[in-house]
Design a protein around this ligand. Structure first.
Ligand code: GAR
Length: 195
């Protein structure tokens, strides 16, 4: 099989991108990242990519604050295809992916979400878990469909919520799990898909 080629979409700090880069560098994940795209020009994920010599691009969603317009999805699909991307990984990407992008990468878009789905879909799931007084939450890696955090689940891992947890301490422990889990699941899913 040719080298797995990843495209990463993110809106924020990009610590999951960093975990994927680190897994590639240490040989845990046999892949290359061809392109990192963000809808947020100020997102640190773009800096991280540039620091590692990975090409970056902006997804133009303005004037929409949360919507991912069809034209932007088409351009994103084109950019990813032209970069030779086999598998798209959402890493803290906060807009809903719909038909144009899903159709271009059928069963080839993964997402990582900071809860045990179907519990706490949507934004800041760790805060939702705290507000619900849950005693356990976790991490889910799933295939992306047109719903909000609804696609088929590939892997989940639980994270206990401690009585002393704040939103920050809980999100930190969740992210530690994310950083280990995402590269592992990407590697095993790619193996299934392409071998
Ligand atoms: C991660 O915790 C990820 O699970 C979450 O955003 C954070 C991004 O962190 N994603 C979602 O909530 C998607 N619904 P990062 O930018 O440091 O990787």
């Amino acid at each position: 099989m040719a080298m797995l080629t990843l495209g990463i979409l993110g809106s924020g700090s990009g610590s999951n991108l960093q975990a994927i880069i680190d897994a590639i560098d240490s040989g845990l994940l046999e892949a290359r990242i061809a392109l990192v795209l963000s809808d947020n020009p100020d997102a640190f994920i773009l800096e991280r990519a540039k620091n590692h010599g990975i090409p970056t691009g902006l997804i133009a969603c303005s004037p929409f604050r949360t919507k991912f317009p069809d034209t932007a999805q088409q351009e994103t699909a084109l950019g990813l295809s032209q970069a030779g991307v086999d598998l798209v990984c959402l890493a803290g990407f906060l807009r809903l992916v719909k038909a144009p992008l899903l159709a271009a990468f059928p069963s080839r878009i993964l997402n990582i979400h900071p809860s045990l789905l179907p519990a706490f879909p949507g934004l800041e799931a760790w805060k939702q878990a705290l507000e619900a007084s849950a005693v356990v939450t976790g991490v889910t890696v799933h295939l992306v469909d047109a719903g909000m955090d609804t696609g088929p689940i590939l892997r989940q891992e639980a994270v206990s919520i401690m009585p002393f947890d704040t939103a920050e301490t809980l999100h930190q422990r969740i992210q530690a799990v994310e950083h280990r889990l995402y590269p592992e699941v990407i590697a095993s899913y790619a193996k299934k898909l392409f071998s």
